[in-house]
Design a protein around this ligand. Structure first.
Ligand code: AMP
Ligand code: MG
Length: 428
């Protein structure tokens, strides 16, 4: 076990290197209905089954025309009409216009669309059907204006999305446009969550004096699910060496193990020795961060009997400090990137953004701070979002955590940070 604590950047680099290594092995793939795909990770390339758009399309309600003729401001007889969904009409006769709706196919011969709002309608006296339109001067129209060319967004057979992309609404829409009713996604990694502590009782029980409910278990399960894992919440284990050894053996069936509590320097903080007994290789046993300083990252080498005989695999294990804010921060900073790699995601995180600080904040000389904060993301145009600290009573303050929507990052040795400064925030 190492002695000198790593800086945040050094600890993040250890995790980054480990995750990058993991990321080379792709998880197994499975097929899910399109409606079940949001939140999953694309496992196969997504291809265009036809040109997108499949035909030259009008971007506006108006009149298809030849730009040169319309720009001469001649009255053009309306030779036909195409609604969205109809086959392409035309050809467009010389010196004529063609009524067209948004999303409809451009008739052959037309090279521009003038918007409905930009034309005058001229009706021939005594012949209401002989409608003519004229582009209102001085407006001109350019070739290609208001036309989305066939294949402008994608060509048939073109590869549109790479494996590793997290699927949300836009990817589902693109898949639907390309005729996919189901998608190949990566299997979710199983994330074991092991709460520890003699004082921790199940949420449904009435805590006796000195006891508290297990809030980290459900919190980490929610965080693991949001990060693309399949949470496996284990029963809380007592601060007892043998009990911990047994729980580790059981939890080792997972793809990632999150232990919460028991990693501080106290007499009953037994997680580190238990990991050492299990043959763990420690990447770090603490980092210069607040909250979360005692965080542990280790790998357990497991030999597994599979169909192909015995194989070695490494189980990543995080020992997250038991205080709720510490557990949340260390999950986001260190466990989430490893989970993302196990889930086959290309983007591993953590995610940071910039904001303007609302009021002075105190950095620490030797710790990078990640403090519960509230950011108003709905800033006015051209303004950075504004971030304010949520008042807190330290890393056990679950109320402050639940009232925050990000963490203010105060790098070590940065001195006092003044209101108005541009600062980094860690996004959940
Ligand atoms: P530890 O990291 O075990 O020293 O715990 C630090 C603090 O976090 C203590 O006040 C614990 O009671 C609290 N804590 C530990 N585990 C949990 C948990 N699962 N849910 C809520 N609080 C916890
Ligand atoms: Mg404890």
């Amino acid at each position: 076990m190492s002695s000198a604590l790593l800086s945040y950047a050094e600890a993040a680099a250890e995790v980054g290197a480990y995750a990058a290594q993991l990321g080379r092995r792709k998880p197994a793939a499975e097929r899910v209905e399109l409606g079940c795909a949001p939140g999953r990770v694309l496992a196969r390339r997504l291809y265009a089954d036809r040109d997108q758009p499949p035909f030259a399309r009008s971007a506006r309600d108006g009149y298809a025309c030849r730009a040169r003729e319309a720009s001469a401001h001649l009255p053009l007889p309306v030779a036909g009409s195409t609604r969205a969904g109809e086959a392409p009409g035309g050809p467009l006769p010389k010196g004529a216009a063609w009524e067209i709706m948004t999303g409809a196919a451009i008739p052959k011969g037309a090279d521009a669309v003038v918007m409905l709002e930009h034309v005058a309608h001229l009706r021939a006296a005594g012949n209401p059907s002989a409608e003519r339109v004229r582009l209102l001067p001085p407006r001109k129209v350019k070739k290609g204006e208001n036309i989305v060319a066939q294949g402008a967004q994608a060509r048939k057979g073109e590869y549109l999305l790479a494996p590793g992309i997290a699927i949300s609404a836009a990817q589902v829409a693109l898949a639907a446009a390309c005729g996919y009713t189901a998608l190949e996604v990566f299997a979710r990694p199983r994330v074991a969550i092991l709460p520890t502590g003699d004082e921790i009782v199940p949420i449904e029980s009435v805590p006796a004096p000195g006891q508290i409910r297990n809030s980290n278990g459900p919190m980490l399960a929610a965080m693991a699910a949001a990060a693309g894992g399949e949470p496996w919440l284990l029963p809380t284990v007592a601060d007892h060496a043998q009990a911990l050894d047994a729980a580790l053996t059981e939890a080792a069936k997972a793809d990632l193990l999150l232990i919460t509590g028991g990693v501080s320097a106290g007499k009953f903080d037994l997680v580190e020795p238990a990991l050492a007994r299990a043959g763990g290789r420690f990447y770090f046993t603490g980092a210069r961060i607040q909250p979360g300083k005692p965080v542990v990252f280790a790998g357990l080498s497991l030999s597994e009997r599979g169909r192909a005989g015995k194989a070695l695999r490494s189980l990543p294990v995080f020992g997250l400090p038991g205080n709720p804010v510490s557990s949340a921060v260390t999950f986001l900073l260190f466990a989430a990137p490893v989970l993302a790699a196990l889930a086959g995601r290309a983007e591993l995180g953590p995610r940071f953004a910039l904001a303007r600080l609302a009021a002075d904040a105190k950095a620490k000389p030797d710790l990078t701070r990640f403090l519960p904060a509230s950011c108003t993301f709905g800033a006015a145009t051209g303004e950075l979002p504004e971030v304010a600290l949520v008042p807190w009573e330290g890393s056990g303050d679950l109320t402050a955590l639940a009232r925050s929507n990000c963490f203010l990052v105060l790098p070590e040795a940065s001195g006092p940070v003044k209101a108005g400064a541009i600062v980094r925030i860690l996004l959940p």
